[in-house]
Design a protein around this ligand. Structure first.
Ligand SMILES: *Cc1c(COP(=O)(O)O)cnc(C)c1O
Length: 468
C-alpha cells in the first residue's frame, strides 16, 4: 500500500488522555518494515460493521482477534508451511498444543489412533491419559514393526502418529513403511518432525500427510520461545471416504453455506480451518505475536544452524564411541546403529543433534545414579537443562528427568537404562564440547568398579540385537 496516496482522515482535536491511547497510529497503514513486525495487538479495527460481519462469517479473510489469527503468526505459519511443502499451517502456543489439536481434529470420542511407542514423554501423557479420559483410544506399537502398525488398525482408526526421529535415543522412523500402512487404512499419517526439522527431512516426500512441530526446539533454535505448528501437507483426500470425516465434509455451523471442504477445499486447507476455527478457537492455545517473531528469526538461519548442529553432534558421537567408559552410543550416523540404514535413506543431509549414550553400568542402581550425577556435575560447557534444539549444548538424564515416571518395562522398551545420558549438541566449537565431555568422563572409568570397562570395551557396540 502506498501510504502517500492515502487521504488522511481529519483528526478530531483530542485531549491528553485520548492522545495517550490513539496518537501516532492508524490501523491498516503499512510501515514498510523489511522484517515482519510484532503485531502485539489483541484485536483488530474493522472498517465498518458490515466488514466485521463478513469477517465473523468467514466470508472474507482478515484479522479479528489474536486468539484466532494474528498477522505476525500468519507469517510464521506461511513460512513453515512452505518449508514443509504444505498447503496451510496453524501456529499454536507449544509443541504439546500442536500435537493435541492436530489429533483432536481427526479423532473424537469413540475413535482410535495408532501411535509409536517411542514418543516424546508429554505426547505419551496426552495420548494415554488425557485422550483416554476423553474416550479417544490409542494403541501404542513398536515403530520399527510395520506389521504391528497394520495389525493395530481398526475400523474406528482415524490417524497414525509417530516422530521422524525419536528422543532420547534417536531412532529413525521407516517413514515409507508406516505411510504405506496409513494409505491402506485410509487415514492420514501425522509426523512429529521436531527433531529432524524440514531441513533434514521433508516428511511429505516419504508419504506423511500432516506434520507437527515443537517450534520451541530447532525452529526457534535459541531456547527463548515456546511455540508449535501443525502443517497440512495437502496429500490426504478427506473426500475419498466423506462419511469418515463428518467434521470436514458435513455442514459446519461456524461457516455459512455448507462444509469446510466446500468452503476451503479449492484453495486452502479445510483441515487447518478446522484446527483453527474449532480447536484453537475453543481451547485457546494461541501463539503470541512476540513468540512468532522470535521463531521467525530462528527459522531464518535454520539450514545453517542445523547443518552445524548435526556436524558437531556426529563429531561428539564419534568421540564417545571410542571412549572406554562409554558402553554404547545411540547415534544413527554411526555404522553401529541399528537405524544407520534408515538414516542414510531418510536423512541424507545428516542426522539428529539429539542423541544418547550409555555409561558402563556398575551393577548397582544407586551407584549408577551417583556415577551419572558426578559425571554431569563435572560438565562445564554442556549444561544440565530439560530442553533440546538450543544453541547451547545440553545434557539430561532421562531415567531421573524426562522419563522418570515410566515403568521399568516402558524404560526398557524405550532402550533407556539408568546410565543413559541424553545430549542435544549446540553450536559451540565441538572441540570445547568434546574436551568438556573428556574431562568429565575421566574419573568415571575409576568408578566403574570392578573395572568392567577394560573387559567390555572390546565388545562391539550394540552386539545385543534385542535392542532393536
Ligand atoms: C518438546 C517436544 C514436544 C512438546 O513441545 P513443547 O513446545 O515443549 O510443548 C513435542 N514433541 C517433541 C518431539 C518434542 O521434542
Amino acid at each position: 500500500m502506498d501510504r502517500m496516496s492515502e487521504t488522511p482522515r481529519p483528526t478530531a482535536p483530542r485531549s491528553f488522555a485520548t492522545a495517550q491511547v490513539q496518537a501516532g497510529y492508524d490501523a491498516g497503514i503499512a510501515e514498510n518494515t523489511a522484517v515482519p513486525t510484532i503485531h502485539q495487538s489483541n484485536a483488530f479495527e474493522f472498517r465498518s460493521l458490515s466488514d466485521a460481519r463478513d469477517l465473523f462469517a468467514l466470508r472474507r479473510d482478515g484479522n479479528i482477534y489474536s486468539r484466532a489469527a494474528n498477522p505476525t503468526v500468519l507469517v510464521f505459519e506461511k513460512r513453515v508451511a512452505e518449508l514443509e511443502g504444505g498447503i496451510g499451517a496453524a501456529g499454536v502456543a507449544s509443541g504439546q498444543a500442536a500435537v493435541a489439536v492436530a489429533l483432536l481434529a481427526l479423532a473424537k470420542h469413540g475413535e482410535h489412533i495408532v501411535a509409536a511407542r517411542q514418543l516424546y514423554g508429554g505426547t505419551v501423557d496426552l495420548l494415554q491419559d488425557t485422550f483416554a479420559d476423553w474416550g479417544i483410544e490409542v494403541t501404542f506399537v513398536d515403530q520399527d514393526d510395520p506389521q504391528a502398525w497394520a495389525a493395530a488398525v481398526r475400523p474406528t482408526t482415524r490417524a497414525l502418529f509417530a516422530e521422524s526421529i525419536s528422543n532420547p535415543i534417536a531412532q529413525v522412523l521407516d517413514l515409507g513403511a508406516v505411510a504405506a500402512v496409513a494409505r491402506r487404512a485410509g487415514v492420514p499419517l501425522v509426523i512429529d518432525n521436531t527433531v529432524a526439522t524440514p531441513y533434514l527431512q521433508r516428511a511429505k516426500d516419504f508419504g506423511a500427510d500432516i506434520v507437527v512441530h515443537s517450534a520451541t526446539k530447532f525452529l526457534g533454535g535459541h531456547g527463548t520461545s515456546l511455540g508449535g505448528v501443525v502443517v497440512d501437507l495437502g496429500t490426504f483426500d478427506f473426500t475419498a471416504e466423506p462419511e469418515r470425516w463428518p467434521q470436514l465434509t458435513q455442514t459446519y455451523k461456524r461457516v455459512p453455506d455448507g462444509s469446510l471442504v466446500e468452503r476451503f477445499g479449492a484453495n486452502g486447507s479445510p483441515y487447518i480451518a478446522l484446527v483453527k476455527t474449532k480447536y484453537v478457537h475453543d481451547l485457546g492455545p494461541s501463539l503470541s505475536a512476540f513468540n512468532a517473531f522470535q521463531l521467525l528469526q530462528g527459522i531464518e538461519t535454520l539450514d545453517l544452524r542445523v547443518a552445524r548442529h548435526t556436524a558437531n553432534a556426529l563429531e561428539v558421537a564419534r568421540f564417545l564411541a571410542e571412549h572406554p567408559a562409554v558402553a554404547r552410543v545411540h547415534h544413527p550416523g554411526l555404522e553401529t546403529s541399528p537405524w544407520h540404514a534408515n538414516a542414510q535413506q531418510y536423512l541424507p543431509l545428516g542426522v539428529s543433534a539429539v542423541f544418547a549414550f550409555d555409561l558402563y553400568p556398575t551393577g548397582d542402581a544407586a551407584a549408577d545414579f551417583e556415577l551419572v550425577e558426578s559425571f554431569i556435575a563435572r560438565l562445564q560447557v554442556v549444561k544440565l537443562v530439560a530442553n533440546i534444539g538450543d544453541a547451547r549444548s545440553l545434557v539430561a538424564h532421562p531415567a531421573s528427568m524426562t522419563h522418570s515416571h515410566l515403568s521399568p518395562s516402558q524404560l526398557a522398551e524405550a532402550h533407556i537404562s539408568s546410565t543413559t545420558v541424553r545430549l542435544s549438541i549446540g553450536l559451540e566449537d565441538p572441540r570445547d564440547v568434546i574436551d568438556d565431555l573428556a574431562r568429565a568422563l575421566e574419573p568415571v572409568l575409576a568408578q566403574q568398579s570392578p573395572a568392567p570397562a577394560a573387559e567390555q570395551a572390546d565388545e562391539p557396540q550394540l552386539a545385543d540385537s534385542s535392542s532393536r
